[in-house]
Design a protein around this ligand. Sequence first.
Ligand SMILES: NC(=O)c1ccc[n+]([C@@H]2O[C@H](COP(=O)([O-])OP(=O)(O)OC[C@H]3O[C@@H](n4cnc5c(N)ncnc54)[C@H](OP(=O)(O)O)[C@@H]3O)[C@@H](O)[C@H]2O)c1
Length: 286
Amino acid sequence: MSPPRASRPRVVVVGMGRLGGALALALAAKRWPVRVLARSEDGRRRAVELGLRLASESDVAQARVCLLCVPDKAVPLAAEELKPRLSRGAALVHCAGALSLEALGAPRGRVLGSFHPLVAVSDPRDSLAGNSVALSTRSRWLREVLERMAKDAGLRALRVPEKHRAAYHAGAVLSAGGVVAALSAAVEAFRVAGISEEDALAALLPLTRSALRGVEARGLAAGYTGPIARGDSGVVAAHLAALPPVAGEVYRPLSRRGVQLVGHRLPPEARAALEKLLDSETPRRR
Ligand SMILES: NC(=O)c1ccc[n+]([C@@H]2O[C@H](COP(=O)([O-])OP(=O)(O)OC[C@H]3O[C@@H](n4cnc5c(N)ncnc54)[C@H](OP(=O)(O)O)[C@@H]3O)[C@@H](O)[C@H]2O)c1
């Protein structure tokens, strides 16, 4: 079979969950010939309610790209089940950031790829636009198709070499779940000050957003603020003494990272004092 033009080939999205629904909607909006293959009655109903078209067996056989939007652990089995139903020239693509292309099984001449949007999708109606997507494939034509798909969904394409996939995914997890985990330690610290979780989040979320805006405008080092950026070890010592141990465990490595980020612009004695403090035992809370 001749390779498809890198335009808008027929796509089957497998799994009508959060990402499958969002991707199918984004592609359908840009006139991609997209069909949804849903295992459950619920999935089929959701697809129809969203105006998506369900895949018949002949749609599956005619698809040029098959996007697996199933839970990570279901990817290997779903790939094996689909291979005999797809044409030999159809590409098989998963959307899992943590999985390598090996999760799709031995290629045996089939083009494989992955398409991992760096966005938290909690509902199929969530927009993907404005985020990035990590692409991986050894095939030039599939890369062009996936780049087109990314562009049409408003996603910025990022190529990730397979051998560094775990590092890439760790970075993605740090920037999403890692930030939420840091925020939960901040809420814990506010609790010590007698502030409820609701009030803490109402105050802290805008603060976090303002910090992110600073990074967006000026980059990591220039956007970093607080006592570490000011080289103020007295304030940091007071924080370490005041924090409950669980929150202190989070504060310490994040502060060390801050020293690495801005240490070059601190007076050497201020930097040394911070490093000593952050490597020392936590003083007892009074
Ligand atoms: N959600 C996100 O923010 C996000 C972001 C980036 C990447 N991803 C990746 O996208 C993939 C799907 O994630 P999701 O969040 O969309 O999951 P999800 O909402 O749980 O949807 C997965 C869908 O897969 C189908 N399914 C469930 N178990 C299955 C099985 N054992 N075999 C085959 N199909 C099964 C179901 O759809 P049917 O009943 O319709 O078949 C289910 O709705 C994962 O690889 C995930 O890592 C997700």
